[in-house]
Design a protein around this ligand. Structure first.
Ligand SMILES: Cc1cc2nc3c(=O)[nH]c(=O)nc-3n(C[C@H](O)[C@H](O)[C@H](O)COP(=O)(O)O)c2cc1C
Length: 290
Protein backbone atom coordinates (compact mmCIF):
# COMPACT_ATOMS: atom_id res chain seq x y z
CA UNK A 1 0.00 0.00 0.00
CA UNK A 2 1.39 3.42 -1.00
CA UNK A 3 2.18 5.72 1.90
CA UNK A 4 0.42 9.03 1.26
CA UNK A 5 2.72 12.07 1.27
CA UNK A 6 1.89 15.10 3.43
CA UNK A 7 4.17 17.38 1.43
CA UNK A 8 4.34 18.22 -2.25
CA UNK A 9 6.75 20.35 -4.30
CA UNK A 10 5.70 21.31 -7.80
CA UNK A 11 8.33 22.59 -10.22
CA UNK A 12 7.04 24.39 -13.29
CA UNK A 13 8.10 26.36 -16.33
CA UNK A 14 5.61 28.57 -18.11
CA UNK A 15 5.76 30.91 -21.09
CA UNK A 16 2.32 32.49 -21.16
CA UNK A 17 0.81 31.29 -17.90
CA UNK A 18 -0.95 27.99 -18.70
CA UNK A 19 1.53 25.73 -16.91
CA UNK A 20 1.82 28.23 -14.04
CA UNK A 21 -1.97 28.22 -13.67
CA UNK A 22 -2.10 24.41 -13.64
CA UNK A 23 0.68 24.31 -11.03
CA UNK A 24 -1.38 26.65 -8.82
CA UNK A 25 -4.51 24.61 -9.42
CA UNK A 26 -2.82 21.32 -8.46
CA UNK A 27 -1.11 22.89 -5.43
CA UNK A 28 -4.37 24.54 -4.31
CA UNK A 29 -6.27 21.24 -4.46
CA UNK A 30 -3.56 19.53 -2.44
CA UNK A 31 -3.53 22.31 0.16
CA UNK A 32 -7.32 22.06 0.57
CA UNK A 33 -6.77 18.39 1.40
CA UNK A 34 -4.24 19.30 4.11
CA UNK A 35 -1.06 18.65 2.11
CA UNK A 36 1.70 21.28 2.37
CA UNK A 37 2.15 21.99 -1.33
CA UNK A 38 4.57 24.56 -2.73
CA UNK A 39 5.11 25.66 -6.32
CA UNK A 40 8.60 26.50 -7.63
CA UNK A 41 9.20 28.38 -10.88
CA UNK A 42 12.31 26.83 -12.44
CA UNK A 43 13.13 29.93 -14.54
CA UNK A 44 16.05 31.64 -12.85
CA UNK A 45 16.29 28.99 -10.11
CA UNK A 46 19.84 28.27 -8.94
CA UNK A 47 20.10 24.58 -9.82
CA UNK A 48 23.26 24.11 -7.75
CA UNK A 49 21.16 24.80 -4.64
CA UNK A 50 18.84 21.85 -5.35
CA UNK A 51 19.12 19.08 -2.77
CA UNK A 52 17.88 15.50 -2.99
CA UNK A 53 14.24 15.40 -1.80
CA UNK A 54 13.42 14.31 1.72
CA UNK A 55 11.41 11.10 2.13
CA UNK A 56 7.61 11.33 1.81
CA UNK A 57 7.63 14.36 -0.47
CA UNK A 58 5.57 14.11 -3.63
CA UNK A 59 7.24 15.91 -6.54
CA UNK A 60 5.59 17.34 -9.63
CA UNK A 61 6.94 18.77 -12.89
CA UNK A 62 4.64 20.87 -15.06
CA UNK A 63 5.64 22.44 -18.36
CA UNK A 64 4.22 23.48 -21.72
CA UNK A 65 4.77 21.19 -24.71
CA UNK A 66 7.09 22.69 -27.33
CA UNK A 67 7.60 20.86 -30.60
CA UNK A 68 6.11 17.60 -29.25
CA UNK A 69 8.49 17.56 -26.30
CA UNK A 70 9.21 19.39 -23.07
CA UNK A 71 11.14 22.61 -23.85
CA UNK A 72 14.93 22.42 -23.41
CA UNK A 73 14.76 24.55 -20.23
CA UNK A 74 12.63 21.85 -18.52
CA UNK A 75 14.61 18.94 -20.00
CA UNK A 76 17.90 20.38 -18.76
CA UNK A 77 16.29 21.01 -15.36
CA UNK A 78 15.21 17.36 -15.16
CA UNK A 79 18.69 16.21 -16.18
CA UNK A 80 20.25 18.40 -13.47
CA UNK A 81 17.69 17.37 -10.84
CA UNK A 82 19.24 15.39 -7.95
CA UNK A 83 18.71 11.64 -7.72
CA UNK A 84 16.35 10.40 -5.03
CA UNK A 85 17.57 8.43 -2.05
CA UNK A 86 14.01 7.46 -1.04
CA UNK A 87 12.25 6.43 -4.28
CA UNK A 88 9.98 9.50 -4.03
CA UNK A 89 6.81 9.48 -6.13
CA UNK A 90 6.65 12.06 -8.94
CA UNK A 91 4.00 13.23 -11.36
CA UNK A 92 4.35 14.90 -14.74
CA UNK A 93 1.96 17.24 -16.49
CA UNK A 94 2.34 18.89 -19.91
CA UNK A 95 0.08 21.69 -20.99
CA UNK A 96 -0.74 21.41 -24.67
CA UNK A 97 -2.41 23.35 -27.47
CA UNK A 98 -6.09 22.98 -26.65
CA UNK A 99 -8.64 24.43 -29.09
CA UNK A 100 -12.42 24.65 -29.28
CA UNK A 101 -14.33 24.26 -32.53
CA UNK A 102 -18.01 24.93 -31.88
CA UNK A 103 -18.82 22.59 -29.02
CA UNK A 104 -15.91 20.27 -29.66
CA UNK A 105 -12.75 20.52 -27.55
CA UNK A 106 -9.69 19.62 -29.60
CA UNK A 107 -6.58 18.20 -27.91
CA UNK A 108 -2.94 19.04 -28.58
CA UNK A 109 -0.16 16.51 -29.15
CA UNK A 110 2.40 15.42 -26.54
CA UNK A 111 4.85 13.42 -28.67
CA UNK A 112 7.90 12.58 -26.57
CA UNK A 113 7.21 15.13 -23.78
CA UNK A 114 5.97 12.92 -20.95
CA UNK A 115 7.77 9.77 -22.08
CA UNK A 116 11.24 11.33 -22.17
CA UNK A 117 10.71 13.13 -18.84
CA UNK A 118 9.52 9.88 -17.23
CA UNK A 119 12.59 7.99 -18.49
CA UNK A 120 14.93 10.69 -17.10
CA UNK A 121 13.27 10.62 -13.67
CA UNK A 122 13.06 6.81 -13.49
CA UNK A 123 16.80 6.67 -14.26
CA UNK A 124 17.28 8.87 -11.18
CA UNK A 125 15.35 6.43 -9.01
CA UNK A 126 11.93 8.17 -8.88
CA UNK A 127 8.61 6.32 -9.05
CA UNK A 128 6.21 7.78 -11.62
CA UNK A 129 2.75 8.11 -10.07
CA UNK A 130 1.00 10.13 -12.76
CA UNK A 131 1.41 11.46 -16.28
CA UNK A 132 -1.19 13.89 -17.53
CA UNK A 133 -1.43 15.97 -20.71
CA UNK A 134 -3.74 18.92 -20.21
CA UNK A 135 -5.21 20.85 -23.12
CA UNK A 136 -5.06 24.49 -22.07
CA UNK A 137 -5.74 27.26 -24.63
CA UNK A 138 -3.11 27.11 -27.35
CA UNK A 139 -0.52 29.88 -27.35
CA UNK A 140 1.23 28.71 -30.52
CA UNK A 141 0.32 31.94 -32.28
CA UNK A 142 3.01 31.61 -34.93
CA UNK A 143 0.86 28.79 -36.35
CA UNK A 144 -2.74 29.93 -35.84
CA UNK A 145 -4.82 33.03 -35.00
CA UNK A 146 -5.59 33.68 -31.33
CA UNK A 147 -8.56 31.97 -29.66
CA UNK A 148 -11.76 33.84 -28.83
CA UNK A 149 -12.02 34.89 -25.15
CA UNK A 150 -15.12 32.69 -24.65
CA UNK A 151 -13.24 29.64 -25.90
CA UNK A 152 -10.28 30.46 -23.66
CA UNK A 153 -12.56 30.58 -20.59
CA UNK A 154 -14.37 27.33 -21.48
CA UNK A 155 -11.12 25.45 -22.17
CA UNK A 156 -9.52 26.74 -18.96
CA UNK A 157 -12.49 25.77 -16.74
CA UNK A 158 -12.44 22.28 -18.21
CA UNK A 159 -8.71 21.91 -17.54
CA UNK A 160 -9.04 23.16 -13.98
CA UNK A 161 -11.51 20.36 -13.27
CA UNK A 162 -9.17 17.79 -14.82
CA UNK A 163 -6.20 19.10 -12.81
CA UNK A 164 -8.19 18.96 -9.55
CA UNK A 165 -9.23 15.35 -10.16
CA UNK A 166 -5.65 14.44 -11.01
CA UNK A 167 -4.29 16.10 -7.83
CA UNK A 168 -6.94 14.47 -5.64
CA UNK A 169 -6.11 11.06 -7.03
CA UNK A 170 -2.40 11.48 -6.42
CA UNK A 171 -2.70 12.67 -2.82
CA UNK A 172 -5.01 9.77 -2.05
CA UNK A 173 -2.09 7.52 -2.95
CA UNK A 174 -3.50 6.66 -6.38
CA UNK A 175 -1.93 6.77 -9.84
CA UNK A 176 -3.05 8.23 -13.16
CA UNK A 177 -1.52 7.00 -16.39
CA UNK A 178 -4.25 8.09 -18.79
CA UNK A 179 -1.53 9.80 -20.83
CA UNK A 180 -0.53 6.33 -22.05
CA UNK A 181 -3.76 6.09 -24.07
CA UNK A 182 -2.03 8.51 -26.48
CA UNK A 183 1.02 6.24 -26.72
CA UNK A 184 0.55 5.10 -30.36
CA UNK A 185 0.21 8.66 -31.70
CA UNK A 186 2.94 9.94 -29.37
CA UNK A 187 5.40 7.32 -30.64
CA UNK A 188 4.40 8.09 -34.22
CA UNK A 189 5.24 11.79 -33.90
CA UNK A 190 8.27 11.30 -31.65
CA UNK A 191 10.67 11.59 -34.66
CA UNK A 192 9.24 15.07 -35.35
CA UNK A 193 10.10 16.06 -31.78
CA UNK A 194 13.72 15.09 -32.49
CA UNK A 195 13.73 17.26 -35.65
CA UNK A 196 12.17 20.14 -33.72
CA UNK A 197 14.77 19.78 -30.95
CA UNK A 198 17.69 19.66 -33.40
CA UNK A 199 16.54 22.33 -35.87
CA UNK A 200 12.93 23.58 -35.64
CA UNK A 201 13.27 25.42 -32.35
CA UNK A 202 16.13 27.53 -33.70
CA UNK A 203 14.07 28.48 -36.75
CA UNK A 204 11.17 29.63 -34.52
CA UNK A 205 13.55 31.44 -32.17
CA UNK A 206 14.88 33.43 -35.09
CA UNK A 207 11.45 34.30 -36.48
CA UNK A 208 10.76 36.91 -33.76
CA UNK A 209 11.33 40.57 -34.50
CA UNK A 210 10.27 43.96 -33.16
CA UNK A 211 8.19 46.05 -35.56
CA UNK A 212 8.43 49.83 -35.95
CA UNK A 213 5.95 50.12 -33.02
CA UNK A 214 8.79 49.08 -30.66
CA UNK A 215 9.90 51.95 -28.41
CA UNK A 216 12.73 49.93 -26.85
CA UNK A 217 11.07 49.94 -23.40
CA UNK A 218 12.88 46.68 -22.48
CA UNK A 219 9.77 44.83 -21.22
CA UNK A 220 10.47 41.85 -23.51
CA UNK A 221 14.02 41.56 -22.19
CA UNK A 222 12.95 41.94 -18.56
CA UNK A 223 10.18 39.33 -18.80
CA UNK A 224 12.04 36.70 -20.87
CA UNK A 225 12.21 33.65 -18.56
CA UNK A 226 15.46 32.40 -20.11
CA UNK A 227 17.14 35.78 -20.70
CA UNK A 228 17.40 35.12 -24.44
CA UNK A 229 16.74 38.68 -25.64
CA UNK A 230 19.61 41.15 -25.99
CA UNK A 231 19.68 44.76 -27.21
CA UNK A 232 21.50 45.45 -30.45
CA UNK A 233 21.55 49.05 -31.72
CA UNK A 234 18.61 49.97 -29.47
CA UNK A 235 16.46 47.10 -30.75
CA UNK A 236 15.58 43.77 -29.10
CA UNK A 237 17.31 40.82 -30.72
CA UNK A 238 16.39 37.17 -30.14
CA UNK A 239 19.34 34.83 -29.60
CA UNK A 240 19.36 31.08 -30.27
CA UNK A 241 18.65 30.36 -26.59
CA UNK A 242 15.09 31.69 -27.08
CA UNK A 243 12.52 29.00 -26.18
CA UNK A 244 9.82 30.60 -28.40
CA UNK A 245 7.62 30.54 -25.32
CA UNK A 246 5.66 33.66 -26.41
CA UNK A 247 6.12 35.49 -23.10
CA UNK A 248 7.73 38.51 -24.83
CA UNK A 249 4.83 38.84 -27.26
CA UNK A 250 2.34 38.66 -24.37
CA UNK A 251 4.13 41.22 -22.25
CA UNK A 252 4.97 43.81 -24.91
CA UNK A 253 2.94 46.96 -24.03
CA UNK A 254 3.30 48.29 -27.60
CA UNK A 255 2.20 44.98 -29.19
CA UNK A 256 5.32 45.37 -31.32
CA UNK A 257 6.64 41.81 -31.36
CA UNK A 258 5.85 39.79 -34.41
CA UNK A 259 6.84 36.46 -35.83
CA UNK A 260 7.91 36.25 -39.45
CA UNK A 261 5.68 33.66 -41.12
CA UNK A 262 7.18 34.64 -44.46
CA UNK A 263 10.65 33.97 -43.09
CA UNK A 264 9.68 30.50 -41.83
CA UNK A 265 7.87 29.58 -45.08
CA UNK A 266 10.79 30.96 -47.14
CA UNK A 267 13.31 29.00 -45.12
CA UNK A 268 11.35 25.75 -45.54
CA UNK A 269 11.08 26.43 -49.30
CA UNK A 270 14.81 27.18 -49.72
CA UNK A 271 15.89 24.13 -47.67
CA UNK A 272 13.49 21.73 -49.38
CA UNK A 273 14.29 22.93 -52.91
CA UNK A 274 18.05 22.82 -52.20
CA UNK A 275 17.73 19.25 -50.91
CA UNK A 276 15.64 18.24 -53.93
CA UNK A 277 18.19 19.72 -56.39
CA UNK A 278 21.17 18.16 -54.63
CA UNK A 279 19.67 14.66 -54.94
CA UNK A 280 19.85 13.46 -58.59
CA UNK A 281 17.51 10.53 -57.77
CA UNK A 282 14.66 13.02 -57.40
CA UNK A 283 14.99 13.83 -61.15
CA UNK A 284 15.28 10.16 -62.14
CA UNK A 285 12.12 9.32 -60.19
CA UNK A 286 10.05 11.75 -62.26
CA UNK A 287 11.25 10.24 -65.59
CA UNK A 288 8.58 8.25 -67.44
CA UNK A 289 9.11 4.46 -67.12
CA UNK A 290 10.83 2.84 -70.14
C1 LIG B 1 6.94 27.11 -29.95
C2 LIG B 1 5.73 26.35 -29.47
C3 LIG B 1 5.62 24.99 -29.72
C4 LIG B 1 4.48 24.29 -29.28
N1 LIG B 1 4.40 22.95 -29.54
C5 LIG B 1 3.31 22.27 -29.14
C6 LIG B 1 3.20 20.86 -29.37
O1 LIG B 1 4.08 20.23 -29.91
N2 LIG B 1 2.06 20.23 -28.98
C7 LIG B 1 1.04 20.89 -28.35
O2 LIG B 1 0.02 20.28 -28.02
N3 LIG B 1 1.14 22.22 -28.08
C8 LIG B 1 2.23 22.92 -28.46
N4 LIG B 1 2.34 24.26 -28.19
C9 LIG B 1 1.28 24.92 -27.40
C10 LIG B 1 1.67 25.07 -25.93
O3 LIG B 1 2.29 23.91 -25.42
C11 LIG B 1 0.42 25.32 -25.07
O4 LIG B 1 -0.32 26.41 -25.52
C12 LIG B 1 0.78 25.48 -23.60
O5 LIG B 1 -0.40 25.36 -22.86
C13 LIG B 1 1.45 26.80 -23.28
O6 LIG B 1 1.79 26.81 -21.90
P1 LIG B 1 2.37 28.11 -21.17
O7 LIG B 1 1.30 29.17 -21.26
O8 LIG B 1 2.62 27.69 -19.77
O9 LIG B 1 3.62 28.53 -21.88
C14 LIG B 1 3.45 24.96 -28.59
C15 LIG B 1 3.57 26.34 -28.33
C16 LIG B 1 4.70 27.03 -28.78
C17 LIG B 1 4.79 28.49 -28.48
Amino acid sequence: MTKVERQARIFYFSGTGNAAHMAQCVAGTMQEAGVTAATVNIAGLDRRALAAPEPDVLLGFISPTHGFNFPPVMLSFLLAFPRTLHRNRVFLMNTRAGMKLGRVFLPGLSGAALLLAAVILMAKGYRIAGMRPIDMPSNWLSLHPSLRPKAVVAITRRCEAVARRFATRLISGGTDFRALLDLPQDLLIAPVSVLYFLAGRFVFAKSFYASTACNNCGACKAHCPVKAIVTVRNRPFWTFSCESCMRCMNECPARAIETGHGYVAGLIFVVSSTLARSDPRVLVRSDPPV
